[in-house]
Ligand binder design. Structure first.
Ligand SMILES: O=C(O)C(=O)Cc1ccccc1
Length: 281
């Protein structure tokens, strides 16, 4: 089975993939949407995509592409700890404090804002497609005094020197990844986890006051725990939003279908994005 992921080699996404799919054939893609397209066009059986980080919140491109462009079932969730390190080309190791630019993925830069503000005040940073792409760029340009923020594996892969370890601003830095597949993968087998979540996409009717309150109460009186509710733009006009709601339970025959029917009776649109085991590595 082939797994698509945000490349190049040694991204955090690849780390997440390797934790639960060791020995699988890996196919790196330049962007998150390209890795999802590869599932649709059957170049890979599944894709693993970052969806939320503890420090920086939702990876908007992932949720937006999943809700607006491709319809891929979420079959699993992987959460891994994230440790960010600052790395330079070995030629520039001695003068690492004189770097003229820092490259990384926008989420990684955001996770290290305090560090960058204190240690590299005034030094510009630039976001690139992934942390590993930044590391590769530093490897390819020893003549430039640039640094990358990336993980340990990237430092090894691209033969860079880590000059500052653990530069993320808060200790509890984790990222959640979705496993997407149309192949009816049983993620419980791969992850060994039987802790399930269910994710719904809910649109509200435009003309009714208090609908969000009623949506929440449909879950509340059934004692269905919500682990996340996120609003995202419908992209149809200012103020038009839909909701992504994560429920802390497996899709059953009674409670979730009952709640979904209640939301539909309120005039909401409800789509099941997946009911899947959640693995914390
Ligand atoms: O750029 C990467 O390595 C990714 O996999 C995306 C990402 C970036 C920062 C934290 C978690 C995932």
């Amino acid at each position: 089975m082939k797994v698509g992921f945000l490349g190049p080699k040694a991204t955090f996404t690849e780390l997440a993939v390797k934790k639960v799919f060791p020995g699988f054939e890996l196919e790196p893609y330049r962007t998150i949407p390209e890795s999802m397209d590869a599932v649709v066009s059957e170049k890979v059986e599944l894709a693993v995509v970052p969806v939320e980080n503890t420090l920086e919140g939702t990876v908007n491109i992932t949720l937006d592409y999943l809700t607006h462009v491709v319809q891929l079932p979420i079959v699993g969730e992987i959460t891994i700890p994230i440790k960010q390190h600052l790395m330079v080309h070995p030629d520039n190791q001695e003068m690492w404090q004189d770097v003229t630019k820092v490259y990384s993925h926008s989420h990684a830069i955001a996770q290290c804002h305090k560090f960058l503000h204190n240690q590299f005040h005034g030094v510009p940073y630039e976001s690139v497609s992934s942390t590993a792409a930044a590391a590769k760029m530093v490897m390819d340009h020893p003549e430039q005094r640039i640094a990358a923020i990336a993980n340990e594996l990237a430092a090894e892969e691209y033969e860079l020197s880590i000059v500052q370890r653990d530069i993320h601003d808060f200790d509890h830095n984790h990222t959640r990844f979705f496993v997407l597949s149309e192949k009816g993968i049983n993620f419980e087998e791969f992850s060994g986890s039987s802790h399930y979540k269910t994710t719904l996409m809910v649109t509200l009717p435009t003309d009714k006051a208090g609908t969000l309150h009623m949506v929440l109460s449909a879950f509340a009186w059934r004692k269905i725990n919500l682990s996340k509710i996120e609003s995202r733009p419908m992209k149809t006009g200012i103020g038009n939003y839909f909701f992504i709601i994560d429920l802390e339970m497996k899709l059953d025959d009674v409670l979730i279908p009952g709640a979904m029917a209640e939301l539909e009776a309120l005039g909401c649109g409800v789509t099941l994005l997946g009911s899947y085991p959640s693995k914390m590595v």
